[in-house]
Design a protein around this ligand. Structure first.
Ligand SMILES: [Zn+2]
Ligand SMILES: [Zn+2]
Length: 389
């Protein structure tokens, strides 16, 4: 009562403009923003788990059957993804049988990144426009509260490591679980896997084409941040913008780590380990390609590597699917899983039959599993020859 009209107004309108920047609200927006990313990640994962079921033995009599030569005889392959894998392996084998420039030409043709759609390229530039809006908004907020500058800058290294961990999780997902047939990330998953077969394929792709691969994927995240920005402090918004820019350029940071002569400006950051360098990234390309997934600078690798090893086993138990690196490099399948396969042979994915039959992958344990599978499900009949011709 003693405060008069202005006091009453304050009581009736308890949320004032100043409150919009209170630490509590900032914190809740910060958490909201993080939660949004976790939610998007979960959505991707669950969608992919349903969309990308790996080859099962149930569709054994599909008219698309192909045949693979195993050490124990010819086997019929029917799952679409296993047939696609078989086709890829045959293409690589043919390319490797060539010599000199012909061989390089064939390998690069196989691993060439597909041209990005106009929508993806257009959205990449829209994302840049939103980044400029967010940066301008941060500048306005900092001009009002100059004391926010120091904490905003001090938090950037933490965001950098966190962004590396997120890039690592996404890369792990694309390499191991994403279905190549999925409409949103299928082509990215295929591109990542072919990149493992021919790691120097990225020298053929230009900057805009390369970053545009993530145009569509990043656009909703930029929009969400822009919508939430009125409630964000300069500190939080700076971290959001740094993370968005790092994710948008993740493919380019990765590409620069593969170039024999990276951009000089980038090279400086690579030397200081601020951006991913070739030494750190080469660890990922060592077979069985099951670790060091970080593509911003690799600072989260130590933390994440052990986690993925456990996650592989948990997800296999939970979803009944194998991570792709087990399929591609059967030697990396844990003994416990091999023993389980021997007793539950129907769980053997057809993709594994394809890769386990490659001479370079020979592994006694898997060879035994393959033999048990053939004993149970049988060789292909005489029609195999006809079908192949
Ligand atoms: Zn990879
Ligand atoms: Zn790479």
């Amino acid at each position: 009562m003693a405060h008069g009209i202005s006091g009453m107004m304050r009581e009736r309108n308890p949320i004032r403009l100043k409150d919009a920047h209170s630490p509590d609200l900032n914190r809740s927006f910060g958490w909201g923003w993080s939660f949004f990313h976790v939610l998007v990640g979960f959505l991707f994962f669950s969608l992919s788990a349903t969309a990308g079921s790996a080859g099962q033995c149930s569709d054994l009599y599909s008219p698309k059957a192909r045949f693979v030569e195993t050490p124990h005889g010819k086997v019929q392959i029917t799952s679409e993804s296993a047939i696609a894998l078989l086709r890829d392996q045959q293409t690589i084998k043919e390319a490797l049988s060539l010599r000199g420039p012909e061989k390089i030409k064939a390998l690069l043709a196989y691993s060439k990144q597909k041209t990005q759609s106009n929508l993806n390229v257009g959205l990449t530039f829209v994302n840049y426009a939103m980044a400029m809006f967010l940066a301008h908004d941060i500048a306005v907020k900092l001009a009002k509260n100059p004391e926010s500058l120091a904490p905003a800058a001090a938090l950037i290294p933490v965001t950098w490591v966190a962004a590396d961990a997120v890039s690592s999780a996404y890369h792990y997902f694309l390499d191991n679980w994403a279905s190549p047939r999925n409409k949103i990330w299928g082509s990215a998953a295929t591109a990542f896997r072919r990149h493992h077969e021919v790691p120097n394929n990225l020298s053929q792709t230009g900057f805009v084409q390369n970053i545009s691969a993530f145009g569509k994927l990043m656009a909703p995240l930029y929009v969400a941040t822009a919508v939430a920005s009125p409630g964000m402090s300069a500190e939080v918004q700076t971290q959001a913008l740094v993370a968005l820019l790092l994710f948008s350029h993740g493919t380019e940071i990765h590409r620069q780590a593969h170039l024999p002569q990276p951009n000089r400006f980038v090279r400086w950051f690579q030397d200081k380990r601020i951006l991913l360098n070739s030494e750190a990234h080469n660890q990922h390309h060592r077979k069985p390609i099951d670790s060091d997934y970080g593509i911003i600078n690799g600072s989260s690798n130590r933390l994440m590597n052990g986690f993925y090893e456990r996650l592989d086993k948990i997800l296999y138990r939970f979803m009944g699917r194998m991570p792709n690196h087990w399929i591609q490099h059967p030697r990396s399948i844990p003994d416990s899983v091999v023993n389980e396969l021997l007793t539950e042979i129907h769980r053997m994915p057809q993709e594994l039959i394809v890769t386990a039959s490659l001479a370079k992958n020979s592994d006694e344990r898997i060879d035994q599993v393959l033999k048990v599978w053939i004993d149970k499900f049988g060789h292909s009949s005489g029609e195999a020859k006809d079908a192949q011709n």
